[in-house]
Design a protein around this ligand. Structure first.
Ligand code: NAD
Length: 487
């Protein structure tokens, strides 16, 4: 199957999706294709009235369908049918995703989209298997923790994996019996609209998913401040997470889960399988051109093997195949915008000015689009901008250590604690360090998630509050009531 396509031939759903209606709207925010820089569309901006219309539609749909109160297996069945339809429509979804985002079309059908369908099925399974608990009390009483859906949940997603991030939010919220108003990133909104339309085609009662397009200031704030949105589930930058907390505090109190930024270390000891480590490290910083929250962007390597590991990484960084995202042969992603590409370049230059040594790359790539060369910067200290800032690009820093304590000190970031990687054949050391690493996820002798979906993901420090994926994501979409009955 050749998934390559002509980007000018694609018709885009420029509008909002509320209830079962696609609401055509003017494209306000100019949009450029990351792969060639061409202006191709505009993103509409939903105002507070439209957000309110989406919330009222969601409330009415909950009431009419009794979604939170139907036999849980009915919720499961609908979500399974939606996942099936997502797979059947994967090619259309892949094109809508690839045109606007940094995701190469050849990686979507069997990658992001297949994984999203799997994760929706995974979350659906909790609908009829995860419930309330009886708790121990004396025999004159019956105690229980009863759980129930929140009602209308607000979800806000980033641009880096648009379909997948939407699935992470919609799957558990719907399985748990809620309705959702979702705002995708203004840079990559169209695949999410189609994803929602597929849900209604699969039999999900209309109004349980509503997608409003817009930016953070207007549409996002209208959502986080809306009194009838009972909970916010957000994935994005720490800066925006902080603004959301502020707006929620100002406009009323509501629970939120925040999946935020990262600056994750990968520690390699001399006894590690170096080929395996080099492959995992390179894949983690080049995948989506480093535009992943868990990108393993700080390599911390035992001094005696540094030269060998650098060679192994350099050879993997050479010769990436950078083509437009709509070319199925593309294996390397562009940066989302020219602004972000210039920001990456600025941080690399500042780190070199501060004493860093650029061993590979360090520049924008020639040709159309916003591609940035795979980059390796050595000689950086803990104050270097390349160590402190979440670069969100294909930039790997390299630092060396002589003992475990030094490795741990280097790994500790002042504000982020999302993930960490550890490469060693020494089991005791792996467990010892895993216990001390300040990160919400630790991968040992690998870097990246499996396709089990049961391990939750979330951050320590300013990398977030709460978890996505796993049982925790389902539970985060239900509130609990403590009940004590005197017998
Ligand atoms: P961003 O914070 O700029 O935007 C994310 C979303 O939030 C967008 O939809 C945006 O419109 C919205 N938004 C921005 N300001 C807002 C506000 N004040 N109120 C409400 N909504 C607002 O992030 P981005 O550039 O789209 O994505 C990259 C960031 O996302 C990185 O920091 C990355 O680490 C993070 N991320 C984290 C995870 C995770 O699981 N921890 C996963 C993916 C991405």
């Amino acid at each position: 199957m050749d998934l390559s396509f002509d980007p000018d031939s694609l018709s885009l759903p420029v509008g909002h999706f509320v209830g079962e209606h696609f609401i055509v709207a003017d494209g306000i925010i100019p949009m450029h294709r990351p792969s060639d820089g061409e202006a191709y569309a505009g993103c509409p901006v939903a105002d507070a009235d439209l957000v309110d219309q989406a919330v009222q539609t969601a409330k009415a749909a909950l009431k009419e369908s009794n979604w939170g109160g139907v036999r849980p297996r009915e919720r499961l069945n609908v979500l399974h049918r939606w996942a099936d339809l997502i797979e059947q429509e994967a090619e259309t979804l892949a094109r809508l995703e690839a045109i606007a985002s940094t995701r190469p079309v050849g990686q979507l059908v069997d990658g992001d989209i297949a994984i999203s369908a799997e994760q929706i099925r995974f979350f659906a399974e909790f609908a009829d298997k995860e419930g309330s608990d009886l708790v121990p009390t004396d025999d004159g009483n019956l105690g229980m923790i009863m759980t129930e859906p929140y009602g209308v949940v607000g979800a806000i997603t980033p641009w880096n994996f648009p379909i997948n991030m939407a699935a992470w939010k919609l799957g558990p919220a719907l399985a748990a019996g809620n309705a959702v108003v979702l705002k995708p990133s203004e840079m990559t909104p169209f695949s999410t609209i189609y994803l929602a339309q597929l849900a209604v085609r699969a039999g999900l009662p209309a109004g349980l998913i509503n997608v409003v397009l817009g930016d953070g200031i207007t549409t996002g704030s209208a959502m986080t401040g809306h009194p009838e949105i009972a909970k916010i589930s957000f994935t994005g930058s720490t800066r925006a997470g902080s603004a959301i907390m502020e707006n929620i505090a100002r406009t009323g109190v509501k629970p939120m889960t925040l999946e935020l930024g990262g600056k994750s270390p990968q520690i390699v000891f001399a006894d590690a399988d170096l080929d395996k480590a080099a492959a995992a490290i390179t894949a983690s910083i080049l995948g989506n051109a480093g535009q992943a929250c868990v990108a393993g962007s700080r390599l911390i390597v035992e001094k005696e093997i540094a030269a060998r590991l650098i060679d192994a990484i350099k050879s993997r960084m050479d010769g990436v195949i950078a083509r437009p995202t709509w070319d199925a042969a593309s294996q390397y992603s562009p940066i989302i915008s020219e602004r972000q590409r210039q920001r990456i370049d600025g941080i690399v230059s500042a780190s070199v000015s501060a004493g860093g040594d650029c061993l590979v790359g360090g520049a924008c790539m020639d040709g159309p689009g916003y591609f940035y060369a795979p980059t390796l910067v050595a000689g950086v200290d803990q104050n270097s901008p390349a160590i402190i800032e979440e670069i969100f690009g294909p930039v790997l820093t390299l630092q060396t250590f002589e003992d475990e304590e030094e490795a741990l000190q280097l790994a500790d970031h002042p504000s982020y604690g999302l993930a960490a990687g550890l490469f060693t054949r020494d089991l005791s050391r792996a467990i010892r360090l895993t216990r001390r690493l300040q990160a919400g996820t630790v991968w040992v002798n690998r870097y990246g998630r499996s396709r089990d979906h049961i391990l939750p993901t979330g951050g320590y420090k300013q990398s977030g509050i709460g978890k996505d994926l796993g049982r925790e994501a389902f539970q985060a979409n239900r509130k609990s009531k403590s009940v004590l009955i005197s017998l």
